[in-house]
Ligand binder design. Structure first.
Ligand code: SF4
Length: 275
């Protein structure tokens, strides 16, 4: 029985083959290389048996989930615009409205004001007066019609057999325009929602418009000279245009016209002038 390893057999075959080609031939280098390689393999200790790889349990099968792209998006509790929208003016009381105007910066007039002149009087007044805007005295005191023109207005109110405390007095803008100029349209329009809410809350029976500016922004009309003394209407409220008291201070002869207009208002309240 031949116990020689196979590579020796192969080696012998190879040497015999080489010798057969030529008895004097030396063994070719590639034959020797093959011999050494085979000898090295044969003398190497057998490789220890490899421990069996631990069996990896296969992952339990999961139910297939829907892609997040198709998952329903939960609705937010609050929309962002709901959080930043200011409280609508038509839900505010007069006191709340006044507080809001104290910090108002909706137009340029806030920059130089000393006080916001919100308006004052009886919150249930039947008669309301609307002027143009605060002057220097009003800006200093934070009250409407307290200067020379205001004193004349108080006389007019008393002549109509009302007291200042019974009526309500306000202006188109609540902050003083520089140098008592006429409010610019963007200033008047920025401030108008406050006045509209004031009228809505007070619900007077009659509004007297003092001068061209309230005529323009309450009735949308121009020409106080020709409109004065003619009844108009604002949201179901009777409106009487008349001259501004400051105009009467410059043009005292116009007092006769104003008095005529105010008497029309008095008639509506069932009052007659008594000397
Ligand atoms: S005038 Fe009216 S709108 Fe302008 S800052 Fe004063 S309160 Fe605000």
């Amino acid at each position: 029985m031949n116990d020689s390893p196979p590579f020796f057999d192969a080696m012998m075959e190879c040497l015999k083959h080489e010798q057969a080609k030529s008895p004097r031939a030396s063994v070719a280098p590639e034959v020797l290389d093959q011999f050494y390689n085979e000898a090295a393999k044969a003398s190497a200790p057998p490789a220890p048996p490899q421990p069996a790889a631990p069996e990896i349990p296969s992952a339990p099968e999961k139910p297939i989930e829907k892609s997040p792209a198709f998952a329903p998006i939960p609705k937010p509790v609050f929309q962002r615009h709901q959080q930043i929208t200011p409280c609508p003016l038509n839900e505010l009381s007069l006191d709340e409205l006044r507080l809001m105007t104290l910090t108002c910066r909706n137009c340029e007039l806030h920059q130089r004001r000393n006080n916001v002149v919100f308006g004052e009087g009886n919150p249930q007044a039947k008669l309301m007066f609307i002027g143009e805007g605060p002057g220097m005295d009003e800006d200093e005191q934070g009250r409407p019609f307290v200067g020379a023109a205001g004193q004349l207005l108080t006389k007019m109110i008393n002549a109509m057999q009302f007291s200042r405390e019974e009526v309500y007095i306000a202006n188109i803008v609540k902050c003083r325009p520089p140098n008592n100029r006429v409010p610019l349209p963007d200033e008047a329009n920025a401030c108008l929602p406050y006045l509209e809410r004031q009228i809505e809350v007070i619900q007077p029976e009659v509004i007297v418009l003092l001068g061209a500016t309230p005529l323009q922004y309450i009735l949308g009309l121009t020409g106080i000279m020709r409109r004065r003394g003619q009844w108009g209407e604002y949201k179901g409220i009777k409106v009487m245009p008349a001259y501004h008291p400051a105009f009467l201070l410059r043009r005292p002869e116009a007092k006769r016209d104003v008095w005529s207009d105010l008497q029309e208002v008095m008639k509506l309240f069932g009052k007659t002038y008594r000397r």
